[in-house]
Write a protein that binds this ligand. Structure first.
Ligand code: SME
Length: 171
């Protein structure tokens, strides 16, 4: 059965995220496989959110973050906890809005096109599973509305998958 992404939604940012959450609910319904669900979520994020050059997941595996399903250019595979924007958000378990990646001392460059970044942790039952990472070629592309919207996506993904199926640590 096909899934049609409705890209017409989103006159403003709040509406855009409301549409994204609605479509994500449809995608996740009836499927609990982490790789299937996160691959489709990466595709949905990349299709719906404007001005991105990367959208995807890093998961905690063997004590470090390992790249998961994504859309965009090939990316750094492993990121130590506490390093880069992703490792910092994971270690501190908080969302990070980085308006200028060049001003973030420990930023890890995967695609030189990236100018700004948003990373949101994914947790389930108080345990860290990984992060969602969005990169943009525009400076200051992300704000608190994006962080809240992506936080909702992270919560839906956390609740919508059986993580033990995927060999992902929780922390
Ligand atoms: N910039 C990230 C690395 C991941 S890529 O952007 C896909 C970081 O500093 O953690």
């Amino acid at each position: 059965m096909g899934f049609t992404v409705d890209t017409s939604t989103g006159a403003d940012k709040q509406e855009l995220y409301a549409g994204l959450v609605r479509q994500l609910g449809g995608l996740l319904a009836g499927e609990r496989d982490p790789w299937a669900n996160t691959a489709n979520t990466a595709a949905l994020l990349y299709a719906l959110l404007p001005n991105l050059n990367w959208a995807g997941f890093y998961f905690l595996r063997g004590g470090e973050l390992v790249v998961g399903p994504f859309q965009g250019m090939p990316a750094c595979v492993r990121i130590a906890m506490g390093r880069g924007v992703c490792g910092t958000a994971a270690a501190e378990r908080r969302s990070l809005v980085v308006p200028d990646v060049h001003a973030f001392a420990d930023h890890i460059t995967c695609d030189t096109a990236s100018e700004s970044e948003l990373v949101v942790p994914i947790s389930s039952g108080g345990r860290l599973i990984g992060v969602i990472d969005l990169d943009s070629p525009l400076p200051a592309r992300f704000d608190e509305v994006d962080a809240a919207g992506l936080g909702q996506v992270a919560a839906m993904i956390a609740a919508g998958c059986d993580w033990q199926l995927a060999g992902i640590d929780t922390f």
